[in-house]
Design a protein around this ligand. Sequence first.
Ligand SMILES: [Mg+2]
Length: 399
Amino acid sequence: MKITDLKCAIIGKNPVVRITTDQGIDGIGAGEEAKSYLKPHVLFYKDMILGEDPRDVERVMNRVRRMGAFKPWGTAVSAIEVALWDIAGKAAGQPIYRLLGGKVRDKVRVYNGSVRKHLDSYSPEDMAANMKWMKDQPQKFSIIKQGIAFHGQMATRIPDFYYGEVVTGTRHPNRGPMTERGLKHTIACVEAMKDVLGDEVGLALDVGPGVIPQDALKLAKALEHLNLMWLEDMITGDYTPYVLADLYRDVTMRTSTPIHTGEQIYLRQNFVDLIEKRAVAVVGPDPMDVGGIAELKWIAEYADLHGIQMAPHGTGDGVIGLAALVQVCATLPQNYIAFEYPTGNPDWWYDIIEGLPPKDKIVKDSYIDVWDTPGLGIKFNVDAAKKYLREEDADFFDD
Ligand SMILES: [Mg+2]
């Protein structure tokens, strides 16, 4: 079998990858909806993989992997990797999980990081009301994540939240020592949200990046009595193009609150420091940023040997990313907690993809049943999808 083409279309806002072969089998992958600018980056790899056998996934990846980087520049490589697995699975007549060693679980737990309602303000009362809304959602999520402090707009909207220049209008991360007022406000918001959830639903918090290490430790210790699931990306993370594992280790070793990072990190090699130093308690690579699903599985296995838990990132990955997450998370060791549930945006994504359960039945009691269809187990309804193609992508589904 030979790869005959690598295509990319922007569908909705997601960059979608399609790899075709000389045997009529194709594979799909996709990146986050925030990354429509990646189309030329995907096509950059085309000449490197044409003519290769897509079922030799690792061999093909060795041709492109070196030409990627931390988020957002790992997405194109990751989407190609997922499309290769999709082809390999279809060619074998097996779901991807079986090619990765088989299922460890029949259903995978997910957490809420994407089913959202507009937050009126960053007061403890509004954050509690917002949390109540999330708790009442029909998916009955057993873990909910919310942004606080430097993640989202709390740090820039609450007056005198921290010492440092407030930068807006760009992905420039704000950073600086928190004021006592900022620290107290953050703790009050977390306590208010926890009041709503009680001990029925776990609370995770996306906190940075931008928290200085001393404040990260103060926050983690002040919140210990609330038994949080984790504090995410406090010091570095999100779009930070480096890790600084030792700074995380200083915090992790001094608190019982689990510290989490990893969504922006590209490749297993960049997790070595975090894992071997046990610098965090939980890692959260995103399959569509880290280099793909086999990459994520390797990291989960290595983390497990070091007592580190696994909670993959996924928000924004859309329904194609959802399928990739379901396949790989079925195979992860028992350090698996849950993955961040991505939704289709706009809503018509559920009309153009076949193979998923009905939209309102995908998540039941915070779990998704692992499906057994070959490859990713999903495919485009080409007739329905064609009307959402941009003019320049009109030939996306042609062979
Ligand atoms: Mg995050």
